[in-house]
Design a protein around this ligand. Structure first.
Ligand code: MRU
Length: 360
């Protein structure tokens, strides 16, 4: 399904020598590509969530730093541009990982050599992301097959599909593999308030791939699980701590609790670059606090097809808007990675580290 370069979230045009991304703020109503050609455009794309999802944030930042180096290859600019990109969003650790990858590749070089090496490294990271996600899909497929169901009902949260990576996705990769193998799968897509990545992005992706799905409100997920309508839950991760605690889109924790109460597996799919070995447990992860306006109002198309934002609450209401939550490792049945499937524990992550290649 991903044999062509057309179906991807970020592309490099070798002719115009520029980066283009799908502007995800227009989905599902319009598919628009947006060109990123300055440090401020890259920073804006990440902070305003034109691109989002931990792996894609990392790849975008890598190209952003390569772009900044092409404009000014001095060590001072390398440091400043990296700091500006790092400040765009706080939770997904792939951002820091990708910036480190570019910095390590160029910092010992003469400034005149840096631009080409940085671009080559960004392009390599993009290609590697595709390979890693395809492997996550294959490894996750083994777990899905082992559930041995005639028809598999899988619940997911937020968007951890190809829009959140370059191609394939993390949590959706095993689902795409299962569908391609002819397995009967159906996906419960939780809407993911307040930004509705489930409704806006995951449903859009699944429809395009021909995978059967149903959108459900976030609040109905516990009941669906308790009633036996879900065989497993698969989500992605924005940062996984050294003890296996998983930070992902807010609402993930409640699904993990419901899955445990009904004794169904709760899987987390992630590339090794999402593991933060410097972080001992989920308690130490910085949770992004977003603007309350995302909770107090909502955007969509009106009957005439025009985009409108409407207020939900009265003017006196206040809200808080934490974008992520932490699921303790003990609720995670398995971490699905490009290197295989591992226990969500310090030991499991050490085993992964022993065969991993990301060097952190
Ligand atoms: O705020 P977002 O949309 O960037 O959050 C994305 C998620 O939480 C994803 O589930 C996570 O990044 C894993 S993506 C492969």
């Amino acid at each position: 399904m991903f044999s062509s370069d057309e179906l991807c979230s970020l592309r490099w045009d070798p002719v115009s020598k520029g980066v283009e991304v799908i502007d995800q703020t227009f989905l599902p109503h319009a598919l628009r590509w947006c060109r990123l050609d300055s440090l401020s455009a890259f920073c804006r794309a990440i902070s305003t969530m034109q691109v989002r999802g931990a792996p894609l944030i990392g790849i975008t930042a890598a190209f952003g730093l390569a772009n900044a180096i092409a404009e000014d290859a001095s060590s001072e600019n390398l440091l400043n541009a990296s700091a500006a990109l790092l400040a765009t969003r706080p939770t997904a650790v792939n951002l820091r990982w990708a910036l480190d990858q570019i910095t390590r590749a160029v910092q010992s070089l003469e400034p005149s050599q840096r631009a080409l090496v940085a671009l080559k490294k960004a392009l390599a990271l993009r290609e590697e992301d595709i390979v890693k996600c395809e492997r996550i899909g294959a490894n996750g497929l083994q777990l899905l097959s082992a559930l041995n169901k005639d028809r598999l009902n899988i619940m997911t949260h937020c968007n951890a599909g190809w829009l959140a990576t370059v191609q394939w996705g993390t949590a959706l990769a095993p689902i795409y593999k299962a569908h391609a193998e002819g397995m009967a799968v159906h996906v419960w897509v939780s809407e993911t308030r307040p930004r509705n990545q489930g409704t806006n992005l995951t449903a859009w992706e699944l429809h395009r791939a021909g995978v059967p799905f149903t959108i459900v409100t976030d609040n109905s997920c516990g009941q669906l699980i308790r009633q036996g309508n879900v065989d497993c839950v698969i989500v992605g991760s924005d940062r996984t701590a050294a003890n296996g605690d998983v930070c992902n889109k807010v609402g993930t924790y409640l699904k993990a609790l419901a899955a445990r109460a009904s004794d169904i597996p709760f899987y987390v799919a992630l590339p090794e670059s999402t593991i933060d070995r410097t972080c001992v447990s989920g308690e130490h992860i910085t949770i992004e606090e977003r603007n309350q306006s995302e909770v107090l109002s909502i955007g969509g198309l009106d009957i005439a097809g025009n985009y409108r934002e409407v207020k939900l609450a009265d003017a006196h209401s206040k809200a808080i808007n934490p974008a992520f939550d932490v699921t303790p490792a003990c609720l995670v049945a398995s971490l699905i990675t490009e290197h295989g499937n591992f226990d969500a524990s310090e030991k499991g992550l050490q085993q992964l580290g022993a065969i991993g290649s990301d060097g952190h």
